[in-house]
Design a protein around this ligand. Sequence first.
Ligand code: NAD
Ligand code: IPM
Ligand code: MN
Length: 356
Amino acid sequence: MKIAVLPGDGIGTEIVAEAVNVLNALDLKFEMEHALVGGAAFDAHGHPLPESTLKLAMASDAVLFGAVGDWKYDKLDRPLRPEQAILGLRKHMGLFANFRPAICYEQLVGASSLKPELISGLDILIIRELTGDIYFGQPRGRRTAVDGHFPGTEEAFDTMRYSKPEIERIAHVAFQAARKRNKKVTSVDKANVLETFQFWKDVVTEVHTQYPDVELQHMYVDNAAMQLVKAPKAFDVVVTGNMFGDILSDEASMLTGSIGMLPSASLNAKGQGLYEPSHGSAPDIAGKGVANPLATILSAAMMLRFSLNQPDAADRIEAAVQKVLAQGLRTPDIYSEGTTKVGTAEMGAAVVKALA
Ligand code: NAD
Ligand code: IPM
Ligand code: MN
């Protein structure tokens, strides 16, 4: 089982170190190879996704990724910015299906900014299309406006697009996932305004005819953003495009207590996967040893389940995480009165201990 370990920038290095300790504490044999990515790779090699890092990722059974980015790189030309590394990995590896499960562990009900009764028992799955939409559409750029409100002035533009097969394959992923859960899919769009998302809605509806046992609901993204905090437990599987999924999954993370609790799996058609927390490099807390490593540790569990065929080991990690939460250990982002505040390394070590 070959794992490419790409910690990246900021808290990425701190949280991935803990996930690696947890993997090493299992009685399994892994071949783990580390490589630079993001700003760290730019500093060392002049590129955020060096050829060698991409090659390593492509040749591995799975990739364990931390996070990339720092404000100090924001003035670089776009192709050199750290975020291009994760976008490039998603694109080159064809990682079109992004799973972001928002599960509120009972011990963390009090950590969320929402009322306990709204989130107690919450278990929803956001499935975000990850290689299309306005993130990758061409053309994009800057130019002098020839029309619009201010012709003759500088403007910027991006292209939102989805092809039929791109929508079909993510719809299949969503319906199949729902079959193993509560058999309900909410497809989130903006069909009332955008042609791309009218098309999305039409294609999802067409694919749904193959899944008569699954309920399909369509919802506009603005309403979905509201419903997610009003009645989150009314959702089961949410399927949506790249940009809406990015935004809604950050919102959903607060239903679990913290963005530091939301893992993710990004899969391609070959079953290869990249596993990363849904959050970023958190430059505001990087280097302080206070970042929550649980989203990354839970991402490692998803890796064992989806790419490495080790479901029992995945269960063990998830049980260990619940055990340390039950012990009352909390990084600052999930801290509440009456619990014990710990740092990144202490939290990771507690999970390792709980595995035993
Ligand atoms: P962020 O997710 O890094 O941080 C948002 C807030 O959440 C911050 O206050 C941060 O301290 C907190 N936070 C995030 N993860 C946490 C954790 N594990 N424990 C405790 N607190 C945590 O988002 P941002 O600040 O908008 O972006 C920072 C950088 O990260 C940017 O360069 C952005 O492009 C990049 N980014 C990268 C990824 C990725 O690599 N996949 C994802 C999102 C953002
Ligand atoms: C995420 C991040 C990325 C995204 C950025 C860093 C490119 O926000 O993984 O959610 O927008 O997809
Ligand atoms: Mn995001």
